[in-house]
Design a protein around this ligand. Structure first.
Ligand SMILES: Nc1ncnc2c1ncn2[C@@H]1O[C@H](COP(=O)(O)OP(=O)(O)OP(=O)(O)O)[C@@H](O)[C@H]1O
Ligand SMILES: [Mg+2]
Length: 242
């Protein structure tokens, strides 16, 4: 199996405090890599370090074997790392299509014609085609999550980063997002999916990592990780939001 991503002893945070505290793991290409862990354990911070929004103070991040630790965010985008945000950030007064096009043109640096094609493809795969002309403000929560994924897909990423895209959805809607993630995997994407909704992790993740206090507490087969003593202990008495 080919490795698409490796964190090697990464320390990173905000200001002087390190949130990631020697985080190390590798991820195989073409897989759905689920990430769980208590609130504040550093999951979103890991994506921030991966996307280049914060700089590690120590350690290395390798993407497809290349050291990207010091690269700027836009360079990483162009290399094929696309992300969603835990708090969706679409431009409400733009249409769905304009939002995805903007991500493709400004995020991935595609010329407008190519960006248009990438945007259409992203709308098709996320089932948003019939809402392409709708204002983003008018979307339901599920469609806003789909739009967030479509915006990341507009960048045609080789590695897609999803941050709690199933949060707040009904069980049926979670199934819809799982089906979408599986479709993306079948199309060849590698996907990191942070999620508190265990049903989604059990159903869609090929590998599961539990992060605790900025470190990898457990990594492997989802069932084995969830039933491990260390992971059970960390969740005891810890409130999980769905
Ligand atoms: N922009 C920021 N500036 C300063 N501190 C931050 C910032 N973002 C997060 N933190 C702090 O870093 C720690 C880790 O936060 P992070 O968002 O990575 O957690 P998380 O695992 O994604 O949690 P959740 O499951 O609640 O989303 C927390 O203590 C948080 O308060
Ligand atoms: Mg988070």
């Amino acid at each position: 199996m080919e490795t698409v991503l490796a964190f090697e002893n990464v320390y990173a945070g905000y200001g002087r405090t390190n949130v990631l505290d020697g985080l190390s793991f590798t991820m195989e290409k073409g897989r759905v890599f689920g990430v769980i862990g208590p609130n504040g354990s550093g999951k979103t911070t890991m994506l921030n370090a991966l996307a280049g929004l914060i700089r590690p103070t120590k350690g290395r991040i390798l993407f497809s074997g290349k050291d990207i630790t010091r690269l700027a965010p836009d360079a990483r985008c162009r290399m094929g790392i696309g992300r969603t945000f835990q708090i969706p950030r679409p431009f409400g007064r733009m249409t769905v299509f304009e939002n995805v096009l903007t991500a493709a043109v400004f995020g991935a640096g595609l010329p407008e014609s190519e960006g248009g094609r990438a945007a259409m493809r992203a709308l098709r795969i996320t089932d948003l085609m019939d809402k392409a002309e709708a204002l983003s403000d008018s979307l339901t929560l599920l469609d806003r999550k789909r739009l967030e994924i479509a915006r990341a897909l507009g960048m045609s990423p080789a590695l897609l980063l999803l941050d709690e895209v199933a949060a707040g959805l009904t069980s049926l809607e979670v199934q819809a997002v799982m089906a979408l993630v599986k479709r993306l995997k079948e199309e060849g994407s590698s996907i990191i999916w942070i999620e508190h909704v265990m049903e989604a992790m059990m159903g869609a993740a090929d590998q599961l990592m539990c992060v605790a206090e900025g470190r990898c507490l457990a990594l492997g087969d989802p069932e084995a990780v969830l039933s491990s003593r260390a992971v059970k202990q960390i969740y005891l008495g810890v409130e999980r939001h769905a």
